[in-house]
Design a protein. Structure first.
Length: 221
């Protein structure tokens, strides 16, 4: 049975909402001179996830094609030793951990390595935005619909001020400065034409700021 690339990536995005869409992903592989054959990039995508998430993706695909190819699905489940047939615990798609951060940092580093500095900063912004949304959703569920990154950062700061009264307020204020810096840098890349070295060092700087902020906040998540 045919299972198209866009359908496959749609399925992947249900596990990781921040995975690039089909057009972005294929264009990225072309730029890197990597195979755009389904067999190759399906394999690469699956290997980029942890084992639990790989099983989730496979299970989701098998569920989609079950009624169209029951015998083949049964055979695949048997080959997987019934692993894919076992229900996977529901995991909040907004859940964050160090492994997820590491995946984002890998994508940012890859963009920097090939000179795509604006994309690197955009990825850093997306990473930070996603984490702050997850943090607010967990600790301030009444504000779970908030999307504006500056307001999200203030909510996180105010929450930490309440639960970490002995924590240096300068450090908590710095969290907001990092968000402002990331937001402004992303906007500036759209308006300005940085030189090669300037763009590179700004991208690296933003990457390191975002890494530091999220690793700190993970302790309070």
């Amino acid at each position: 049975m045919y299972f198209g690339g866009s359908r496959f990536i749609d399925t992947v995005q249900k596990i990781d909402p921040y995975f690039p869409d089909y057009g972005q992903y294929i264009e990225r592989r072309r730029e890197l001179d990597e195979s755009t054959t389904r067999k190759d990039y399906f394999y690469d995508i699956l290997l980029s996830f942890e084992e639990t998430q790989r099983v989730e993706i496979i299970n989701a695909i098998l569920n989609q094609i079950q009624t169209h190819a029951p015998d083949q699905v049964a055979g695949i489940r048997a080959e997987l030793g019934e692993i894919a047939a076992v229900p996977i615990p529901t995991i909040n798609p907004e859940a964050w951990n160090a492994e997820r951060l590491t995946r984002y940092l890998g994508n940012i580093d890859e963009a920097i390595a090939i000179g795509e500095y604006e994309r690197a900063v955009t990825l850093a912004y997306t990473c930070l935005e996603g984490f702050l949304k997850a943090f607010v959703t967990q600790h301030k569920p009444e504000h779970a619909q908030e999307k504006e990154i500056i307001r999200l950062s203030r909510m996180v700061r105010d929450h930490l001020r309440q639960i970490q009264v002995d924590y240096p307020d300068e450090a908590l204020t710095m969290l907001n400065h990092i968000v402002h810096t990331t937001d402004k840098s992303r906007n500036r890349f759209s308006d300005a034409h940085f030189g090669e070295e300037t763009g590179r060092w700004l991208a690296v700087f933003i990457r390191d700021l975002v890494n530091s902020e999220i690793r700190l906040l993970l302790h309070f998540l």
